[in-house]
Every structure is written in C-alpha cells, then in structure tokens.
Design a protein around this ligand. Structure first.
Ligand code: GDP
Ligand code: MG
Length: 600
C-alpha cells in the first residue's frame, strides 16, 4: 500500500468522553463492521473492559476509507483514558503521526484531557480537537472551544463538533484525518525495521505483539531477527488479521503478524531482516510501577496453577513487574508492581475470571527508598540507596541516614464551587499547592505536589464524591523527597499479620492505625472467640479494637426438616469460607487487606 495514503492515528481523551463510541462509528463508516445496535465498544476486547465499560489496553484496527476518489488506509489505535494507563497511551502514540483529542461538550476539558494532550504535544503529533456529545441537552461546545484555545493554544476554528452516538459529523473527522495528519515517512525501499509497542497473550494465537514499521517490508520465508533476543525467526505462515498480514511461527506457540512499511500492526520487539541488519530503534523506558503488593495462593496446592496464570498475565501486560518473594508466613509469593490501583484490580480480576485462580493480595505499598547509614550495609545490599517495595524489608531507623518517599504532581480540574473543599482535602493528604488558574469562568485547574502514598488508594474516590463527580484528577511522577517513615504492624490476638503491615508517614501513623483497626473490626466476621485487633509501631501498641465472640450456626435456621435446604446452606457456608483466609485460627476475608486501606 502506498505510504502516502496511510494515516496512523490514535484517539485520546478523558475517560467516558467517547473514544470507543467514536471508534465504533469509524468501523461502521468504513465497513469494517456492520451497523447494528450491538456495536458497543467493539475494540474493548477484554472481558474486564466490557464490564467496566472502559478501555484498559490499547487496541488497533485498520480501516479502508474513500476520499477524493482514492482509497486510504487508516490505522487507528484506541487508547485507555484512565490515569493508571497513561504509559500505554504514550507507547501507542509513538506509532502515530496524529491524534484525535476528544473532549465532552458538556464536561469540557478534564485532568486526563490535559495529560493526554501533553503526551501528544511532546511527541510532536498533529492534534485534531474533537468536541463530542453535541447532542446532549447541556452541551456547550462554544465554552469547550474557548477552553481548548485557552489551555492548549489551539485556535477554535480547528475544533470539529460531533456526536459519536448519533454519527453527526463523524465522516468529517475522517476527512480531516486524511487532510491534516501527515503520512508516515517509512519507505518500502528501506531495510525492514519494526518497533514493538505492545504485546498481548491470546489463548488461541499465543503471543501477539503490536509494532510500528519504520521501513521496508517482509515476505513469507524471510528470516527476521529480534534485536532484543538476538534470535532469528522464519516467516512461515500467512494469516489474515484486519487487512493483509503475515504471521510468523515464533517459539512453538508464539505467533507474530505484521504489515507494510509505515503501518501499525501486530508483532514482537525491534525486528529486522537477518540478511539486512540495522541499528535497533531506541526502545521505550520501562513502565514505572507505582504500587506493589504481595500475591500468593489461597491454598498452597494451587501454587502451580497460580504461577502459570501469573506468567501468562504478565506476558499479556508488560506494565506489571514480577519478583519472586518467598515469605515464611505467607509461603510462595510474588511481589507484583502495578501502575496504579485500578491496574492492580484489573489484573486481579483477570486472574480470578480467566484463570480461575484464588489469590490473596496483601496491603499495597508505594516504592519507598532508604539511604543506608554504614559501609557494611551498603556492601551487603550492593548499593547505597535501596528501594523498599515490601514492608517486611523496611530497614530499621538505626540503619539509615534517611528515608525517601515518591512524590507526584497532581492536576485537578473542578468547578470553582468546590475549590475550598478540595484545598482542605489536599492539605489533609500532605499536599503542597503549586499553581491554580481558571480555564473558563467557573472551572479551576489546580496543581499540587502529593506524596504518592497519600493518593494511590482512595484519593480519587474522595475527590469525586466531595465534588458530586465533577472534579477530575491525574498525576505524573515528581521524584523523591525525604520523609519520616515508620513501619506499622497489625496484630490479631497478639500475632502480627504480615500481609497487613504498612509503611506510613510519622504524622499520619496514629490516625491511620486507628482507622485501619476500626475497618478491620468491620470487615472481619465475628468468630467463636473474641479477637483483639491492634496496631503497633515496634513493640508499642497505638490502637486497639475488639471483635466480640459470636456463635454461628446456620443449621439452627432449618428447624430440623428439609435435608436439601440443609445441604444448600452448608454449601453456601463452605463457599463463604473460600473467600476467607485463615490466619492462625482467625478467618479474615481475602479482600480485607486492600479494603482496610480505603478511607471512607
Ligand atoms: P471512552 O471511555 O472514551 O471510550 O467512552 P465511551 O465511548 O465508552 O463512551 C462513554 C459514554 O458516553 C457511553 O455511555 C456512550 O454511549 C456515551 N457517548 C459517547 N458518545 C456520545 C455522544 O456523542 N452523545 C451522547 N449523548 N453520548 C455519547
Ligand atoms: Mg473506551
């Protein structure tokens, strides 16, 4: 396909502003899918995505589009909007020359609109602003255009007003994609060179990777080399995925597919032809994990099944980092790193739904650091500054010069009625305001520096509920700062529970300890004996709650009689037990370890 008639573009937006709906309309217009009422978020392939109605992984589609009597090939990448997945967005757009920046005509610019805009802007892509949902009663495209001009410095007349739902002006968007976005510069005459920008694991097809082609072409029978693995592979199979594609048989089940120069397709890392070696393309910086948690099987007999599920899932999601981490108390365990809480929840949901694995996830922690105090310790660790991703490995104060905690720059956009409340909330999270300005007559954009651990679990939920859903939030890494940190343990009947241990700032320790004890009391069911719930710093108890004894007898309800009813109740009780983790002789609900961290 002539490169002049290829357009690689991506749709970026704040969550729910209509990316997936617009992608569905594109697929319909170009005939890639038939027009039916059930075309909802066709690109959202993952079960969790359909359930949550939001996109988690970027997806690609190739569309043939007629313009001025010519056929154009439009390669579209749908991207996730949630803050946890901005890394996914930045990788996706690295394969594009332009983006459609979708903004809801009613909600206007939101925090992720700003974050996504800058990703595209820094990558020097053509940005086409699209104002969506003009069919809504409260739509105010005029105001949104003014915001776009003020915040992004894009002239109003460059905005396209559409309704993705009704299809209004959607064709015009595709025309503008052809007119405004430059074609890729890769040339078929150049040596074959391709960059992998994503990969997924497919139950049937094995490993599938997305690539951007930077030049050349490849044919059946060609030998290609993965620069990263340094291994040659032969192109030995042809399949059709979207448009014409080639498929490789990589390892025995790994399959790759790719497309012509300049296109975005499916494949595996930086690739070139064996007979025509090229300099590898600069890769991506690895995704930075923002939260870590231990994960281990509910029952050690499920260890092998869980290991295989974790391996497949991490292959599917390269943003998850994995470390083996055996603990005496917990048995075989992994320490997994995620981009954020949603990312972690999505991962867990995958594990449970697709692999039927029953897992315990420990309380999470952000990556803290410690500067070690003595030469001996530095020698022992092999470095002066260590990263702590597991509270069990938190070094004692006597061993460190100082502790460091990760910081983020947060952006909040909200109607100005909520400014006071938001400032109070931010202060309670140890945040420092850096900037504040009006993006229109009533909406304020605020910038704060937050300690990451203050926002990672429940900040967004609180912000949303206190602003009746109007405030939006996004953040990016902002380095490390010295902090007074301590490790806090939680004890059940005097026994420390490793999966509940956390690292906290000294100033928040008492309130956190008290609140977590209270929430543990709420979430642990009463048992046949009394349970003491305690928070401790070292050997000092700082908070306590008591769970009173309770004798549970489900069969008492049966009044003798009906045996099937009895069996049903017993079965139900057994199922309930499966969701409980036995610590000593105490049953703890398996999601308690995360839920107790959520402030109400
Ligand atoms: P995404 O998160 O950006 O992918 O957003 P979706 O495409 O999933 O859309 C979010 C919600 O907005 C869905 O309920 C859509 O039906 C709705 N929506 C999308 N476009 C329009 C539109 O043009 N008009 C109206 N009224 N609703 C829309
Ligand atoms: Mg979507």
């Amino acid at each position: 396909f002539p490169v002049e008639r290829i357009r690689n573009f991506s749709i970026i937006a704040h969550i729910d502003h209509g990316k997936s709906t617009l992608a569905d309309r594109f697929l319909e217009i170009t005939g890639a899918i038939a027009k039916t009422a059930s075309n909802k978020q066709v690109l959202d392939k993952l079960q969790v995505e359909r359930e949550r109605g939001s996109t988690v992984k970027a997806q690609t589609a190739s569309l043939f589009y007629q313009h001025d009597g010519q056929t154009y090939l439009l390669n579209l990448i749908d991207t996730p909007g949630h803050v946890d997945f901005s890394y996914e967005v930045s990788r996706s757009i690295s394969a594009c020359q332009g983006v459609l920046l979708i903004v809801d005509a009613n909600q206007g610019i939101q925090a992720q609109t700003v974050a996504n805009f800058y990703l595209a802007f820094e990558a020097q892509l053509t940005i086409i602003p699209v104002i969506n949902k003009i069919d809504l009663k409260n739509a105010d495209p005029e105001r949104v255009e003014k915001q776009i001009e003020k915040v992004f410095d894009i002239p109003k007349d460059e905005c396209i007003r559409i309704s993705a739902k009704l299809g209004t002006n959607v064709d015009q968007v595709l025309q503008e994609v052809v007119k405004r976005i430059p074609h890729p510069t890769a040339r078929v005459e150049d040596p074959f060179k391709a960059l992998v920008f994503d990969s997924t694991f497919d139950h049937y097809r094995g490993v599938v990777a997305n690539i951007a082609l930077f030049g050349g072409h490849v044919s059946r029978g060609d030998k290609i080399v993965s620069a990263h693995l340094g291994k040659p592979y032969e192109v030995n199979e042809l399949v059709s995925v979207g448009c014409t594609n080639l498929t490789f048989d990589l390892l025995h089940f790994d399959i790759l597919a790719l497309r012509y120069a300049g296109q975005v397709g499916y494949i595996g890392d930086t690739l070139y032809l064996q007979k025509q070696p090229v300099e590898p393309l600069p890769g991506f910086k690895p995704a930075k994990a923002m939260v870590f948690a231990g994960m281990y099987p509910m029952d050690q007999s499920e260890y092998t099944a869980l290991r295989s599920a974790v391996e497949k899932l991490t292959l599917n999601d390269s943003n998850v980092t994995v470390q083996r981490d055996s603990s005496l108390a917990l048995g075989a365990e992994w320490r997994l790193g995620f981009l954020g809480l949603l990312h972690m929840e999505v991962f867990n949901q995958h594990l449970e739904q697709e692999y039927n694995a029953s897992v315990i996830v420990t309380a999470l922690t952000v990556p803290y650091k410690a500067v070690l105090a003595s030469v001996k310790l530095i020698k022992e660790h092999g470095e002066e500054v260590i990263t702590i991703i597991n509270p069990a490995q938190f070094p004692d104060k006597s061993q460190v010069v100082e502790y460091l905690e990760p910081m983020v720059m947060g952006t909040i956009i909200a109607p100005d009625d909520f400014t006071g409340k938001i400032m109070t909330l931010c202060q309670s999270r140890r945040a420092i305001q850096k900037n504040m300005f009006y993006i229109d007559d009533h909406r304020v954009m605020m910038k704060y520096i937050f300690p990451l651990n203050e926002i990672v679990v429940d900040f967004y939920d609180q912000l949303k509920s206190m602003s009746s859903g109007y405030a939006s939030f996004d953040y990016e890494g902002a380095g490390y700062e010295a902090a007074d940190l301590i490790k806090m343990d939680f004890l059940l009947n005097g026994r420390p529970v490793e999966e509940l241990a956390i690292i906290v700032h000294k100033d928040s320790a008492y309130s956190a300890g008290k609140a977590i004890c209270e929430r543990l009391k709420e979430s642990i069911p009463r048992q046949m004996f009394e349970i003491a719930v305690q928070a401790a710093i070292g050997s000092k108890i700082i908070a306590r709650e008591t769970i009173k004894a309770y004798r549970k007898n489900v069969l008492a309800k049966c009044y003798g009689g009906d045996i099937t009813r009895k069996m049903k109740l017993l079965k139900k009780q057994a199922e309930g037990k499966k969701k409980l983790r036995r610590i000593g002789n105490i049953d703890v609900p398996k999601d308690a370890f995360i839920n107790v961290l959520k402030r109400k």
